[in-house]
Write a protein that binds this ligand. Sequence first.
Ligand code: ADP
Length: 254
Amino acid sequence: MYSIGIDVGSVAAKAAVFDGQKIIAKEIMPTGWSPRESGTLILAQALRAAQIEKDQVKKIVGTGYGRVALSFIDKKVTEITCHGRGAHFVAPDIRTVIDIGGQDSKVIKLDAKGNVVDFIMNDKCAAGTGRFLQVMAHALEMDVSDLSNAGKDAVPQNVNSMCTVFAESEVISLRANGASKESIAAGLLEAVCKKTYSLVSKVGVVDKVFFSGGVSRNPLLVELLGEKLGVRVFSSDESQFLGAIGAAVLGYDE
Ligand code: ADP
C-alpha cells in the first residue's frame, strides 16, 4: 500500500509517493491559474511515475495554499506541519527548517520527534520570497535558476528596496546606470539573505538548518545563509518536495 502527498503551492504543484519505507516518486509542475487542475494533473503524473494504480493508495494528503481546491484528497494538513514532518523524515536530527517558497517564508522549530514546537511566517508580501526573485531575474533578463551562478563571483551591488515593485524599478535603474547583472544578482541574494536572517532571529536557530522550498535551489543563497547564521545550512534534491513528502508520510502514519 502507498500514500501520496500533494503540495499545491503558489508557484509549483508537487507530489510525493511513499511506500512506507521510502519516497518512490516525486513530481513537480507549475501550479498555473487553477490549483484544482494542477493538483489533479500532478496526482496522475505521480501515479504514472510510481507505476501504481489509484486503488493501491491508502491515503492522499493535501497541503499548500491550493489544498482547499482539491476534492480528491482524504485530508488537508498545514504546510508548517508537513514541512516539519518532511524534514524529520529526510534528516531526523534536524531541529530548524527555513522554508522559502513562491510567496512566503517560514522558520519552523522541531523537537526530536519532528513535532513543530515553534514557527514564524512572513506572508504579508512577496519581499524576499521566490516570487520576488522571479520578478528580479526577469528584470535582469535571466531565469531565476541563473541568479546563483551569475552572482557567485561578483561584488554585490547594494539593493535597498525589498518591496517587489520598488526593487524592480531599482534593478532597472541600476542597470541603466551601468551596474553589471552579476553584481545586481549578488546584491539581490544578499538582500534576501538579510531579510531571512531577521526572520530567523525572531525564533532562533538550533544546530544545523534544513533549507526547504524552491528558493533553496539557489546554492549561493544556501552558502550566504550559512555564513550569516554561523551554522551549517543545507538543502537537498528533496528540498522543494518537503511539504509533499511530509504530507505523504503523515498520510501513511495514519
Ligand atoms: P510554492 O510552494 O509557493 O509554489 P516552491 O517552494 O515550489 O513555492 O518554490 C517556488 C520558487 O522556487 C519560485 O518562485 C522560484 O523563485 C524558486 N525556484 C524554482 N526553481 C529554482 C531554481 N532552479 N533555482 C533557484 N530558485 C528556483
